[in-house]
Ligand binder design. Structure first.
Ligand SMILES: C[S@@+](CC[C@H](N)C(=O)[O-])C[C@H]1O[C@@H](n2cnc3c(N)ncnc32)[C@H](O)[C@@H]1O
Length: 467
């Protein structure tokens, strides 16, 4: 499709990198860039919005598309807002801070609908797609931040399409307390000299709703050491962890940072074999989710936005026609958060999870909350589902971004549970999998997008399917 705003005087021939054109943004791409057409060629421009006209410099050109850099906004959209974050234009953490929050919700719903229709070939006429559930205060919602280490001890999210961490003073997605921990860690790293920790690649901070934190240090292996034990020792002793332990004890031990609530209570390193190893602190890191208490190991998955997680899980619970006669499968169950909530109203719930730390947490969490009508199977869903001995009435599945394995979907089509509730963080793979389930006789009944990641292009979606 051709832009109705053709090339103006300044524009040089298409195909010439650095040529400058005027472009009208027509829609947002799944990466949050405006898409317009210049001489029939799709042109992607970060920072431009649909309905806007921008002066754009072409910086990358491919056969079927090109990418431009926004030089100047010639006509602004009424939906444009000033991004409150000072590093928004360079940091890859958020993509939509320049768009009114309500419009980001409208766009997320549209993105899900488009994916279902285009990729999954789902007939949308018979599907109820609800408006995206947003947040009243969509800031400081993240309970986890993985920050990459850069020069001079800086910590930051990667710049878009780059491995360069972008330093920040105050990330508006995480709490003030977590920002403070980041400052402390950066201060320590820069004081000691980042070169003292050549293999430290990233630090993950986690925070629970009591303001208690966990820090996980990730390091590169030392390629010069051949023996694995030696390498692990190197990781512990030489790769900064001893120093970090000192940091943990002296500076960020439990309750020791002013104004950060309970403070960081545990610091972990990851050994070469991938095992998490506690360096500082004792006791479990826990969080309450829907009235149950959950232990979370450093490498186990937990949804990043506690307020929206409650809404997401409540949608699943509302849609599931649970009763004490029903058997439920919770596939890709993580530490058992949805499993335990379902178990309260079902006869039995089976969970499957491949991460050994998460599945151990899930078993422990069932005990902690005195729930005994659940059973957890460790392993990949596609390899282990035959170990489940009960036929499912309802299947809840919440796979990673890649979606469900084809074998899993085929098995569901053989077993024909009455309801399938699919929770997804990727509309593309969700649509692909719903398409397969639809061809096997399931009908998509309701779709609920949930804004789990405000200001980013990501969206969580719950879908109800029945036969
Ligand atoms: C999006 S998380 C959902 C976890 C849980 N339902 C929750 O809400 O916290 C996906 C989970 O699937 C697990 N996983 C990824 N691939 C898997 C597979 N092939 N089989 C089993 N579990 C898998 C991950 O370890 C992760 O815990």
């Amino acid at each position: 499709m051709k832009s109705k705003y053709p090339v103006k005087g300044k524009t040089s021939a298409v195909g010439v990198i650095n040529s400058v054109i005027d472009l009208e943004g027509l829609r947002l791409s799944s990466e949050g860039m405006a898409v317009g057409y210049h001489e029939g060629k799709a042109t992607f421009v970060p920072g431009l919005l649909p309905g806007e006209i921008g002066q754009v410099q072409i910086v990358e050109e491919k056969k079927n598309w090109q990418r431009g850099k926004l030089l100047k906004i010639l006509k602004a959209s009424g939906d444009r807002v000033d991004p409150p974050c000072t590093v928004f234009s360079v940091c890859g953490g958020c993509q939509l801070q320049h768009l009114k929050y309500e419009q980001t919700l409208v766009w997320k719903k549209q993105w899900v609908a488009d994916a279902l229709s285009r990729i999954g070939k789902i007939q949308l006429d018979s599907v109820t797609i609800h408006p995206t559930i947003g947040m009243d205060h969509p800031w400081r919602y993240r309970n986890k931040a993985r920050l990459h280490c850069g020069e001079q001890g800086i910590l930051g999210y990667y710049q878009e399409k780059s491995k360069a961490p972008v330093p920040f003073d105050d990330c508006l997605l995480i709490s003030e307390g977590m920002n403070h921990w980041v400052r402390e860690a950066e201060g320590f790293l820069s004081e000691e000299g980042k070169n003292s920790f050549p293999r430290l690649t990233s630090i993950t901070f986690r925070e629970n709703s009591q303001g208690e934190g966990m820090m996980i240090l990730d390091s590169l292996p030392d390629a010069s050491l051949q023996d694995t034990d030696q390498q692990d020792t190197s990781l512990r002793d030489a790769q900064s962890l001893g120093a970090w332990a000192r940091l943990g004890k002296e500076d960020i031990g439990s309750g020791s940072i002013e104004g950060t609530g309970s403070g960081i209570s545990s610091v972990w390193g990851i050994t070469l074999s991938g095992e998490p190893e506690r360096i500082v602190g004792e006791g479990d890191f826990t969080e309450n989710v829907l009235r149950a208490e959950f232990k979370i190991s450093p490498l186990a998955f937990l949804q990043v936005n506690p307020a929206q997680t409650r809404r997401l899980y409540n949608t699943v619970l509302d849609w599931a026609e649970l009763s004490k006669e029903k058997v439920v499968w919770d596939l890709y169950c993580g530490i058992g958060t949805i499993t335990l909530a379902l178990a309260a109203k079902a006869q039995k719930v089976w969970g499957i999870e491949e991460n050994p730390y998460a599945v151990a947490d899930a078993k422990e969490n069932a005990k902690r909350n005195q729930i005994d009508n659940v059973e957890f199977i460790p392993g990949k869903v596609e390899d282990t589902f035959r170990q489940i001995t009960d036929h499912p009435d309802i299947v809840v599945l919440d796979p990673p971004r890649a979606g469900a394995h084809k074998r899993v979907l085929e098995r569901l089509l053989e077993l024909k549970p009455d309801q399938i509730i699919y929770v997804s963080c990727d509309p593309g793979t969700l649509a692909r999998d719903l398409g397969i389930l639809q061809s096997g006789g399931y009908r998509v009944v309701e779709v609920q997008p949930v804004d789990m990641f405000p200001w980013s292009v990501h969206v969580e979606t719950v879908c109800l399917l029945s036969r």
